[in-house]
Design a protein around this ligand. Structure first.
Ligand code: CIR
Length: 254
């Protein structure tokens, strides 16, 4: 969570047609843009230099740059999002990453969404989901090994889009998680902080340097994290949440 660089992409007007699993109404373009602007400003305030890419109208979900790639100080890995309408996002972001990283690897096989990948200090957890298949997860483990990182395959609760919809790293030894994910036992060796029932949407928080960014509207989780001594800042995500998004998905950080 020590980051000095990030990449984000402005939403295009097509963002209102972004994918969603439930029957939520279309988000409002201006309101999504305002949430995105505030997010970029917050990252900059936390000490990160953010490169903001131009919108890609052909890809409504391309504002979620976390999904087509994975980045580390050691290099980047181009992924393959596991839904047809997003596959082309990898080719769109590849030149940007080749410009910013000396080493850019490609996923050898299968499908992986970056939203299913949680990087911790000693391992990279890859959650199998409707978007990330075993072939992709195994190929990712090979790519990670080339960058000196250890990958581990885990499961994602069936009711959520991505592994990281339900968890996030608070510090080297602590993970914020929903009860349903923590009870699967994936976080043995970590301390877990469990979001209160009804606040599952808060689990996709984002630690950047000294600050934990939390979505607005989750008072129980806010109190839990403040009580644990963290420095918190809340961000409005109500529009972007209409297309199943949280805080981690709007940037690539390293
Ligand atoms: C999608 O379904 O792909 C987008 N509407 C939301 C992606 C959110 N990404 C993420 O949490 N990493």
């Amino acid at each position: 969570f020590d980051f000095d660089s990030a990449i984000a992409r402005k939403p295009g007007t097509s963002v209102v047609k972004g994918l969603r699993a439930g029957g939520q109404e279309d988000p409002d373009f201006e309101a999504v843009s305002a949430e995105h602007d505030a997010y970029v400003a917050a990252l900059r305030h936390a000490g990160v230099e953010v490169q903001v890419l131009e919108p890609l109208e052909a890809f409504p979900d391309s504002v979620f740059v976390e999904d087509p790639a994975l980045v580390f100080h050691e290099g980047a890995i181009l992924l393959r999002p596991g839904v047809g309408s997003r596959e082309g996002e990898t080719a769109a972001i590849a030149p940007v990453l080749r410009d910013r990283f000396d080493r850019v690897l490609e996923l050898g096989a299968g499908y992986v969404d970056g939203g299913d990948v949680l990087t911790t200090s000693d391992r990279v957890m890859i959650g199998l989901s409707a978007r990330t298949d075993r072939e992709g997860a195994e190929a990712l483990i090979s790519s990670l090994a080339k960058l000196g990182r250890k990958g581990e395959i885990v499961h994602t609760p069936s009711s959520v889009l991505h592994f990281k919809s339900d968890c996030s790293l608070m510090d080297d030894t602590t993970i914020l998680s929903t009860q349903r994910l923590a009870e699967s036992g994936v976080f043995s060796g970590f301390e877990t902080l469990i979001v209160p029932e009804g606040e599952e949407g808060a689990a996709n928080a984002l630690r950047i340097n000294d600050t934990i960014f939390l979505a607005e509207g989750f008072p129980g989780t806010l109190a839990l994290l403040e009580g644990a001594g963290y420095h918190l800042a809340t961000l409005k995500t109500s529009e972007i949440a209409k297309i199943d998004a949280g805080l981690s998905c709007m940037s690539l950080r390293w």
